[in-house]
Design a protein around this ligand. Structure first.
Ligand SMILES: Nc1ncnc2c1ncn2[C@@H]1O[C@H](COP(=O)(O)OP(=O)(O)OP(=O)(O)O)[C@@H](O)[C@H]1O
Ligand SMILES: Cc1cn([C@H]2C[C@H](O)[C@@H](COP(=O)(O)O)O2)c(=O)[nH]c1=O
Length: 221
């Protein structure tokens, strides 16, 4: 039975980079590691429909915060069996985005703080109704909105198929999302959180997190 580590943050904050560095650091410690990114584009109809809605398809689907959030949640519900199996079979499972993404973006889209109702709706839907696994640790990359936006823009110009979507182009949404993420981390929403401040080298952050995983695994035995 392994530990479940989730990497969270704004679009372009460096989640994929940290996830990859963390997996490499864990493997170099001799641990078995499995990683997965949400949304599971190309593998999940709900995820693909939500992504299409972000690009203007499917009528007024995009307008409904709850409908979009339900689609992202259904992607995870479909992945539940696979996820549970990965946790059973690996020492560490690392996720690039998970339920907190839905909580942060949905609340921010509705101009709510974490107490406004949507965060709790997401928690009940995903952790109670769907019984998705609770993360051992949620890692928040606390990167300023302008830095994350610059990175997302750079990636758009250098990677094919990485055009920014409606959320990524909306600076004020990104800013409000950062605010909700900060609240979630401060209140240790659902489980323990660790905040990585801006400027920390991803490789150094990954080494620290890998040490923490090793200690947690030792405590589980
Ligand atoms: N700590 C860092 N310092 C400088 N550049 C970085 C850092 N982390 C990531 N980057 C660069 O920023 C860009 C976005 O990084 P990455 O793809 O890891 O972000 P992401 O959070 O996974 O993005 P998205 O959610 O939009 O998929 C990439 O070009 C990456 O090389
Ligand atoms: C998983 C998930 C994502 N979102 C948001 C976050 C992004 O702005 C978009 C698409 O995700 P990507 O990582 O940029 O591909 O959707 C969300 O609101 N809820 C979620 O559960």
């Amino acid at each position: 039975m392994g530990v479940l580590i989730v990497v969270e943050g704004l679009d372009g904050s460096g989640k994929r980079t940290l996830t990859q560095a963390l997996c490499a650091a864990l493997v170099s410690r001799g641990l078995t590691v499995s990683d997965l990114a949400f949304p599971r584009y190309g593998k999940s109809q709900p995820a693909d429909i939500a992504a299409e809605a972000l690009r203007g398809e499917h009528g007024d689907l995009f307008e409904s915060v709850n409908a979009m959030a339900a689609l992202w949640a259904l992607d995870r519900y479909e992945a539940k069996r696979d996820l549970v199996e990965r946790i059973r079979e690996s020492d560490v499972v690392v996720l690039d985005r998970y339920v907190a993404s839905n909580a942060a973006y949905s609340a921010a889209r509705s101009h709510q703080s974490m107490d406004g109702g949507l965060v709790e709706w997401v928690r009940q839907l995903e952790f109670e109704r769907f019984s998705l696994p609770i993360p051992t640790l949620q890692v928040y990359l606390d990167v300023p909105v302008s830095v994350a936006e610059d990175r997302a823009q750079y990636r758009e110009s250098t990677e094919v198929g990485r055009d920014r979507d409606a959320y990524e182009r909306d600076s004020t949404l990104q800013s409000r999302t950062a605010g909700v993420y900060a609240e979630l981390a401060r209140s240790e929403w659902v489980s323990e959180w660790s905040v990585i401040p801006n400027g920390v080298d991803p490789a150094a952050a990954a080494e620290q997190l890998a040490d923490s995983c090793t200690q947690r695994l030792a405590r589980l035995q």
